[in-house]
Structure formats: structure tokens, C-alpha cells
Design a protein around this ligand. Structure first.
Ligand code: PHE
Ligand code: FE
Length: 296
């Protein structure tokens, strides 16, 4: 019999939050989910479906419905994979927790999306510091059905393998791009701003905050600006970058990043909440309620 997968979580030490990494690929132990696990899925699923009406991008909502996920039970990766394989050739692979960067990039480059097999505990319903199954499945998987976004994710993986071989600074630049698009991106649709970032759609508080609060900035997408911008991992974002379409994202990221990394090595990073000359500002945030430091 196969060994049961582990549940690899961060550790809280006297130095604070310490991420723990794991490289194993595991089968989803579907029969091991408890009634409590299914109930957590149901609570989060119902709540976010409701909140995201009129807030999430059309592509996100339409594609999520194509999977036929329901609140009734945690989905089986195998069933989702049938839908994905036909549409864009992506496959979900089960993992135990956070992956080292290079391992993560290699999966993406090969159209494999790593999904954490376990779901958060009931006391973590509103906030969990690391990705769990709800974030990965509900948040990331729907847009893998969009052909342009699916290509963007694979290109990102190849770009990650490349940046990893260049320098730690190049990797920081590239990671910021993922953060401000895949995780925390907004898109402009006919009816107004909508969410497509997975880190937002899997969070009740941030789904409302990013669009309705006057605190954060909304700035038009700009590749180099994003690559210079620091971010917060433990609070709502101070700045959200807005794309006009997934084609725009794809076109802007197509050029070779090597000369861009070289150029960026000469420039200063930008604090998360700052507006700079040249920004296309859609909302200048009030900054209300921000802590003053902690950008990474
Ligand atoms: N064009 C990038 C490079 O040369 C690759 C990439 C594409 C990175 C899309 C991110 C997103 O590294
Ligand atoms: Fe994520």
C-alpha cells in the first residue's frame, strides 16, 4: 500500500513564521478526508461563490462552473483533470505543501499545477498563511481553462527556470510578477474592475477590500514597475495592478527578460504602497490602516 501523504505546514518558532518545503508528488487521499474537511470545503465554497458574484472576472466564474465543483464534497483531482486535459492540457498533481522554487517552476513549465492535498482547519477559515487545497483548487484552477492564461502560466514556469539560473535578484523580480498578476491581479471589464488573482478570490476579506476599500492603490499594469514593487505577505495588498485583458498580459511578458533583469539591477525597489511618476493611477489609495513597514 502507498504511504499516506504528509501534511506539511509552516512552523511557528521564536523567530516567527518559518516556511517548510517539500518536493513529493502524491495521490490525493480522497477517502481520508473527514466530515469536518468536507464541511470546511462547503463553507468556503458557498461563501466565496456568493461574494464573487459581480466581483470576480467573467472568465473566472464561467470557467469555474465548467468543472462542476459543488459545495457537497471536496472535488477529486482525477475528475478535474479530465476537464483540464481536454481544454488546455494542464494536469493537477497533489503535493504536501510549499514547493522549493525550482521544483514549482518545473511543474508549471510542464503544465502540471501543484495542488495541496489537505484543507485548512476550521479555526483557519478566514485566514491561513500558506496555500491549502481551497486556495489552490478554488482559486488557481479555474483560469487554467482559459487558453491564454494557461499559456501564460506555462511561460511563467519556463521563465522561472531561467531566472533561477541567473541570480537571486532576477528571481525576486519574477516572483513579484506572479504575485501581482496570478495571485493578486485585477482586470478591467466592461462593467468595471474585476478580480482574477487567486490570492484574492480565495479570501473573503480581500475580495471586498481590493475593490471597495479606498485604502489601496489601483495602478495600470506595467511589467517593469511590477518587477520593482515589493509586497506584503501578511496583510491585504497596498497596490493592485490592473490588466485590460489576458492578451495584454501575455504580450507584455513575451519578450526575453534577461536584458530587463539587467536593467532592473540598476534601479531601486518600490515600497508596496507608493505611487511613482508614470503610473497609470485608477485609484490613489488613502493608505488608511496600513502598517508602515514589512514589505518584502
Ligand atoms: N519572457 C519571459 C522570460 O524571458 C518568460 C515569462 C513569460 C515569464 C511569461 C513570465 C511570464 O523570462
Ligand atoms: Fe497561490
Amino acid at each position: 500500500m502507498a504511504v499516506a501523504p504528509r501534511r506539511v505546514e509552516h512552523q511557528q518558532t521564536d523567530k516567527g513564521y518559518v516556511p517548510v518545503y517539500t518536493t513529493a508528488v502524491v495521490d490525493q487521499p480522497w477517502d481520508s478526508y473527514s466530515a469536518e474537511d468536507h464541511a470546511t470545503w462547503a463553507t468556503l465554497f458557498r461563501r466565496q461563490r456568493e461574494i464573487l458574484q459581480g466581483r470576480a472576472s467573467r472568465e473566472f466564474i464561467v470557467n469555474q462552473q465548467r468543472f462542476g465543483m459543488t459545495p457537497d464534497a471536496i472535488p477529486r483531482f482525477e475528475e478535474l483533470n479530465e476537464v483540464l486535459a481536454q481544454a488546455t492540457g494542464w494536469q493537477l498533481v497533489g503535493v504536501e505543501g510549499l514547493l522549493p522554487e525550482l521544483t514549482f517552476f518545473e511543474h508549471l513549465a510542464n503544465r502540471r499545477f501543484p495542488v495541496t492535498w489537505w484543507i485548512r482547519r476550521p479555526d483557519q477559515i478566514d485566514y491561513i498563511a500558506e496555500p491549502d487545497m481551497f486556495h489552490d483548487l478554488f482559486g488557481h484552477v479555474p483560469l487554467l481553462l482559459n487558453p491564454v492564461f494557461a499559456d501564460y502560466m506555462a511561460a511563467y514556469g519556463r521563465g522561472g527556470v531561467k531566472a533561477h539560473a541567473i541570480s537571486p535578484e532576477a528571481l525576486v523580480n519574477l516572483t513579484r510578477l506572479y504575485w501581482y498578476t496570478v495571485e493578486f491581479g485585477l482586470i478591467r471589464e466592461e462593467d468595471g474592475l474585476r478580480i482574477y488573482g487567486s490570492g484574492i478570490v480565495s479570501s473573503k476579506g480581500e475580495s471586498i477590500h481590493c475593490l471597495e476599500s479606498p485604502a489601496p492603490n489601483h495602478v495600470g499594469f506595467d511589467l517593469q514597475r511590477i518587477m520593482r514593487t515589493r509586497y506584503r505577505i501578511d496583510s491585504y495588498q497596498k497596490t493592485y495592478f490592473v490588466i485590460d485583458s489576458f492578451d495584454q498580459l501575455m504580450d507584455a511578458t513575451r519578450p526575453d527578460f534577461v536584458p530587463i533583469y539587467a536593467q532592473l539591477a540598476e534601479s531601486e525597489s518600490i515600497p508596496a504602497g507608493e505611487i511613482i511618476a508614470g503610473d497609470r493611477v485608477l485609484q490613489r489609495g488613502t493608505g488608511e490602516g496600513w502598517a508602515s513597514d514589512g514589505d518584502v
